[in-house]
Design a protein around this ligand. Sequence first.
Ligand SMILES: [Zn+2]
Length: 330
Amino acid sequence: MRSHRFTMASREMSERKNDPAVFHKLYGTKQPRAVYYKRDFLDYALMLVLSALVVGGSYGFGHVLSMAGLALCAFALAMFITRHGIALGVPLILRRPQDVLYMFVYKLRNLKPVYLVALGLLLLENVLIAATPGLPHYADQLRTVALYLFYIHLISLTGYRTAILIAHLAKKELVREILMQTPWKRVIGQKTNITLEIVHAYCTGLLTHIILIAPWYLVIRHAKFSVLFLPVVCVINIIVHMKWMKAINGWFYRDHWLGHNSEVEFVFLHGSHHDAIPSAMIAVLAGEVEGSWAMRWRVELFFLLVKLQSRWPLVPRISFAPVKSAPAGG
Ligand SMILES: [Zn+2]
């Protein structure tokens, strides 16, 4: 009885935690989106201008990554015109300026407590370094090490991307054939320039990667790290990271839902991801086009786990069913 009550209570708690009124909350109008249309042209162009400014502002306007970012933005604009065309009208951002404000509110409200812990730790370390200028912190040397790690990360992933690019270009007709057997057949036909689609996907990956790691670069450039605090900070950061890995599912679900249901979020933050053919980092479930055995057994294992989970709860089940006491989400 006691354990039954406990199960009921924990189920109620988990349902409240996964309440659709929270996960599917919108202040503006709901507008499901999954593809770009030519009427998005002006908003898309503005998105690229903002992206170029973010890249330039983060890395510095003379930096090689800023130049690369600018070139990639120009390429993305040319690709949009080639692939979707141009239709001029009042941009979404002027029709629904309040949605831009809501976007910031969504991002802030979706922040997990563990994010604030990480931020607090960074601030604390910097306050301690500033308060003890006499101690040998070796902050400059640590910054150099951090920059090396940053560039090693970027160069190795770009190398991996480039290997994927070359492999896809080498078998481009196979890429076309496979995509034509998927929902991509609405976009990819016999006449589609598949080389351009593959290069476009590669460039989308490069640009979004440069933007994704801009905050990391800013932290390295503007925050200080002390060799004295390093052992303690490393241990705490590993714990923080493990906590973050637990929080990320809820964060991602909410953020991705917004990316497809708030039009401003789709056009400015998420659309470019769906605009490119699936050819790179998210191959496992998003369409590794060659269907190699190495990929297939992982996918089969995943589906087996999904089947087992539907029969026996291997991990706690998440319910998105409406909660009776809460008002309907909208
Ligand atoms: Zn999506």
